[in-house]
Design a protein around this ligand. Structure first.
Ligand SMILES: C[S@@+](CC[C@H](N)C(=O)[O-])C[C@H]1O[C@@H](n2cnc3c(N)ncnc32)[C@H](O)[C@@H]1O
Length: 389
């Protein structure tokens, strides 16, 4: 069953759409950095793509990741729908729609920590991982919040708390007040249990007990200091190849998206600890069942074609498709060729108007920087513009 999170707004609220993106460090944009996600595109990409949008037009992203398109639409004052098969992506994206005050997030976290049942604490497999990743009290508190949110996570405050927790679940240790709950780990991806334990042993790193409520409070006050006006929106955690998009009422004028780059199949394993927090197993999940197929080039193209066709069916004539796409260098594939073949196979009216290299973004980091392939082995990225005829 797909998980759906919708956020509605009161009729009285009339959001003022943003015409220009402020500096990325502006409090209004902090929500964008709530939690990292592999291969997210820069906020300026969907925001600029929506420059010609008009009030009331709906925006769609069938591979929404952490919801960058959803946030850009909200900033532009446009309603949106995002779909992603990765529950971590769905959870982060849903928090991009939340209209909450930091004090509400703290109040909910405090209530849960005081009242909720602790529930099970992971011990196997990888017992040493769990012992070394979190101090025992910190892990119990994380589990209290996790177990509560697994039972109910539908209100805007619950959705925002889950986003905050995903953002602080793991990351580097700092010398001052700890920002992250874990032992030393990157914040972008979760290290696998074996390598993590070996690293902590080698460096003699033991987990520090963290005041979870304080860490939540600080992150919530930072990320939700100023949020854009609330907007209608929906995030659906499901497979875009099979979910019936027509079940959702709107007809879309804009599709702004970035499908998995060809060869990029590790969205679940790379986020395995966050995946555990949102209800996944206590272990790395290597299944890629609900991701576009990477078994062969032909299957990938067919999967993509399926999504373009289903998307066209719920778009208005004249709708725009704006897409950033690439292929990992190890695959030695031309992303233009893969993309053009997928649209040709879809035979559904999307006509490409422009394809250009995405390489010279003047607005912050390129998306491929997230792959960590290094300057000598760059991912080739393209931006495709198409119109529905
Ligand atoms: C390049 S990322 C999108 C990143 C997004 N633009 C952002 O800024 O966060 C591609 C996404 O497609 C999702 N995905 C892969 N196969 C999918 C499928 N069959 N249905 C829905 N989402 C899928 C992945 O989970 C991943 O989050």
């Amino acid at each position: 069953m797909p998980t759906v999170v919708s956020i509605t707004r009161s009729r009285k609220e009339v959001p003022a759409p943003l015409k220009r993106l402020p500096k990325l460090t502006a409090p209004l944009l902090r929500l964008n950095g709530l939690c990292p996600y592999y291969t997210m595109f820069p906020l300026s990409f969907p925001f600029d793509a929506l420059a010609a949008s008009e009030a009331g037009e709906w925006v769609f992203d069938p591979f929404c990741g952490r919801g960058t398109t959803i946030l850009a639409a909200r900033l532009r004052g446009l309603p949106s729908v995002g779909v992603d098969s990765n529950p971590v992506a769905g959870a982060i994206a849903a928090s991009k729609l939340a209209m909450v005050r930091a004090s509400e997030i703290r109040a909910l976290a405090r209530t849960i920590l005081e009242d909720a049942n602790p529930g099970p604490v992971p011990a196997t497999p990888h017992g040493e991982f769990w012992e070394k990743c979190y101090a025992p009290k910190t892990l119990r508190e994380i589990c209290r919040i996790r177990n509560f949110l697994l039972v109910q996570c539908s209100t805007r405050v619950e959705v925002a708390l889950r986003g905050v927790m995903l953002g602080i679940l793991h990351g580097p240790r700092n010398k001052s007040k700890p920002t992250y709950l874990s032992n030393q780990m990157p914040r972008t991806y979760s290290t696998k249990p074996g390598p993590a334990v070996r690293y902590w042993r080698k460096k003699k790193l033991e987990p520090v007990e963290i005041d979870v409520l304080d860490a939540i409070d600080r992150r919530a006050r930072f990320s939700f200091k100023q949020v854009p006006p609330s907007m209608l929106g929906k995030i659906i955690t499901c497979d875009s190849r099979t979910f019936d998009f027509a079940r959702l009422a709107p007809r879309y004028s804009w599709v702004i998206t970035s499908p998995p780059y060809y060869g990029m199949r590790t969205y679940f394993p790379d986020h395995w600890l966050r995946n555990w927090f949102v209800g996944g197993p206590n272990d790395v999940d290597y299944s890629a069942e609900h991701q576009l197929s990477h078994h062969s080039e032909a299957e990938f193209v067919t999967d993509l074609a399926t999504v373009w066709k289903k998307t066209a069916e719920v778009c208005l004539a004249g709708a725009k498709l704006i897409c950033r796409f690439g292929a990992l260098p190890s695959c030695e594939k031309d992303p233009r060729d893969l993309f053009e073949r997928s649209l040709a196979e879809a035979k559904c009216g999307w006509r490409i108007t422009t394809i250009k290299d995405a390489g010279t973004s003047q607005h912050g980091r390129r998306q491929c920087d997230q792959f960590g392939t290094g300057k000598n082995n760059p991912v080739e990225e393209i931006d495709v513009y198409a119109v529905l005829e």
